[in-house]
Design a protein around this ligand. Structure first.
Ligand SMILES: C[S@@+](CC[C@H](N)C(=O)[O-])C[C@H]1O[C@@H](n2cnc3c(N)ncnc32)[C@H](O)[C@@H]1O
Length: 278
């Protein structure tokens, strides 16, 4: 990612890219308000957040599934971010799922104890440090991007066509999304977009209007952890990365090299389910 004044990430989710942002000053948003509340307590109250997890985790070890379902009810009634963190670390395969009424409805992953509190405490403190200069917003991506201007960089990881309906009850509107990209282009804001590529025999690439970007890079990224977890087969995934600028040639060749390595036989690098939790 090129140097920039500020870094914007309007579909932040679990923020995998945040520690790698090129500028310490960041603006991160997501439409899921509960997720943003969780980011805020990690940022501002890491000690308390670790302690609150420990309390719930200890209850789970002592009381079993009753504790999990009571905490789930409590979350659905109050939207407490500490309940949310606990649920995200102990629910089936860590999948955050809401029903039509907006209630969290995934069950307890009863064969796992949940990450140990002392390990999670370290992770929480590390992340709190990484995100100190980030402003979090519970907002639609357009609101998060409203202030972006020339000199800023935007990283976009919107819901994929291939994950329709997984995050929100209504489908993501791609026509409106392309208009927003056009607006950013008009204002000279640089962006990097990871987007639908190819998963197994399904191709999602055709939709991206070619006049919106200057560079497209295809990145084989291995097998889809999602289809693996859902046991719907192993999909080889090629991510498409679009940029509205031309990166230096050495960066392009690094990316292509990375792709070649992924295509050649590899030792088993696939996600081990256990490492997410234990
Ligand atoms: C593919 S995920 C992003 C994953 C992220 N890169 C990470 O590291 O976890 C897409 C995210 O976009 C959010 N989202 C969906 N529609 C949105 C909207 N209209 N505005 C802002 N965020 C939205 C979802 O809640 C989800 O967290």
């Amino acid at each position: 990612m090129p140097e920039s004044e500020r870094y914007f990430e309007p579909f932040v989710g679990s923020g995998a890219m945040l520690p790698f942002r090129p500028s310490p000053i960041g603006v991160a948003g997501d439409v899921i308000a509960e997720l943003i509340q969780l980011w805020l307590v990690i940022q501002n109250e890491p000690e308390l957040t670790a302690k609150e997890y420990e309390l719930r985790w200890t209850r789970l070890q002592n009381e079993g599934h009753t504790a999990y379902y009571q905490i789930r009810d409590s979350f659905n009634a109050t939207r407490n971010p500490h309940d949310f963190l606990f649920l995200s670390r102990t629910c089936v395969n860590g999948l955050i799922r809401f029903n039509k009424n907006g209630d969290f409805n995934n069950s307890l992953h009863h064969t796992r104890p949940g990450i140990a509190p002392e390990r999670l405490a370290k992770v929480i403190h590390q992340w709190s440090y990484y995100i100190q200069n980030v402003k979090f917003m519970a907002a639609d991506y357009r609101q998060t991007l409203a202030e972006a201007q020339t000199g800023d960089l935007v990283f976009l990881d919107p819901p994929y066509n291939g994950t329709k309906g997984r995050y929100m009850p209504t489908d993501f509107n791609f026509t409106e999304f392309y208009l927003e990209l056009e607006r950013l282009n008009y204002h000279g804001v640089k962006w990097v977009l990871t987007f639908d590529g190819v998963a197994g025999d399904r191709t999602y690439q055709s939709a991206m209007p070619p006049q919106l970007y200057k560079t497209q890079l295809d990145l084989p990224t291995g097998n889809s952890p999602f289809t693996k977890l859902m046991k719907t087969g192993l999909d080889a995934v090629v991510e498409s990365v679009y940029l509205n600028f031309k990166p230096p040639p050495e960066i392009v060749s690094q990316v292509l090299n990375f792709g070649q390595k992924k295509l050649s036989p590899q030792p088993d690098l696939e996600m081990k389910q256990g490492h997410l939790f234990n």
